[in-house]
Design a protein around this ligand. Structure first.
Ligand SMILES: C[S@@+](CC[C@H](N)C(=O)[O-])C[C@H]1O[C@@H](n2cnc3c(N)ncnc32)[C@H](O)[C@@H]1O
Length: 225
């Protein structure tokens, strides 16, 4: 159902035959994840607070979760990480991903594999800095209120899955965010930005990773803004 591919920075990704799209930019999976989620969301928020609740929409290859775990260890953050995934990648496929090797940290591969192997729908304390909950659930069923400081919105693009970028799902995400929380996405489509604005979010256009002119960061207003 998924084909293993190599992106231009040498890191693996998958091509989904179910949705007809790839999981990452073909210009570089690690590069894209570092730029959109680590730099524009996690590090941006970590400057203000060391304890962060992070929500990822789409666990997929586990790359964002892995980079966040490494970042938490490096910066001594305390992260509580929740990720939703309706169509988990097979463990045999995950075993082939070269992320630890590409990051120059082959010894970290066992920690990456552990993220895939840990059971679904049960919270795990992976180490002192990283609490981890994988929910085998649809984005359409997201059910948290005022909980997250950072959201990685990593659904497939609106042309592949338009329903995930429209009001009913975005309202659930908005509700799950704390006042002052940020969300980032690679998507810079006008209609998506309008949907965020109509929920009362502040929308920022930022330079995208190589191969992509623009990306989006949105902010849930602080109370009283
Ligand atoms: C663009 S991929 C990114 C995944 C991941 N962040 C990564 O770096 O590999 C989107 C992910 O969303 C998942 N997905 C698609 N539709 C979904 C839905 N309705 N609910 C939950 N997950 C969904 C896909 O299976 C896929 O893993």
């Amino acid at each position: 159902m998924n084909e293993l591919i190599i992106t231009s920075d040498g890191s693996h990704s998958l091509h989904s035959t179910r949705f007809g799209v790839s999981y990452h930019s073909r210009f570089g999976a690690i590069q894209e994840s570092q730029h959109i989620f680590m730099e524009a969301a996690l590090r941006y928020k970590a400057v203000m607070q060391e304890e962060l609740a992070v929500l990822e929409l789409g666990f997929g290859t586990g790359l964002n979760a892995f980079l966040t775990l490494l970042e938490a260890e490096k910066r001594n953050l305390r992260i509580s990480y929740v990720t939703l995934e309706a169509f988990p990648v097979a463990l045999e496929t995950a075993q082939q991903f070269n992320y630890a090797e590409q990051l120059g940290l082959p010894e970290a591969n066992s920690r990456f594999q552990e993220l895939h192997q840990l059971s679904w729908d049960v919270p795990h304390q992976v180490n002192d800095t990283f609490r981890f909950l994988k929910l085998n659930q649809k984005f359409e069923e997201l059910d948290f209120t005022n909980h997250f400081d950072v959201v990685y919105f990593d659904a497939f693009a609106p042309n592949a899955q338009p329903e995930l970028w429209e009001q009913p799902v975005l309202e659930r995400i908005y509700r799950a965010m704390r006042p002052g929380a940020v969300l980032t996405t690679y998507c810079a489509k006008g209609s998506v930005k309008r949907n965020f604005r109509s929920l009362g979010m502040e929308v920022e256009a930022l330079p995208g990773p190589p191969g992509k002119r623009e990306m989006t960061r949105v902010h849930k207003p602080q109370k009283g803004d």
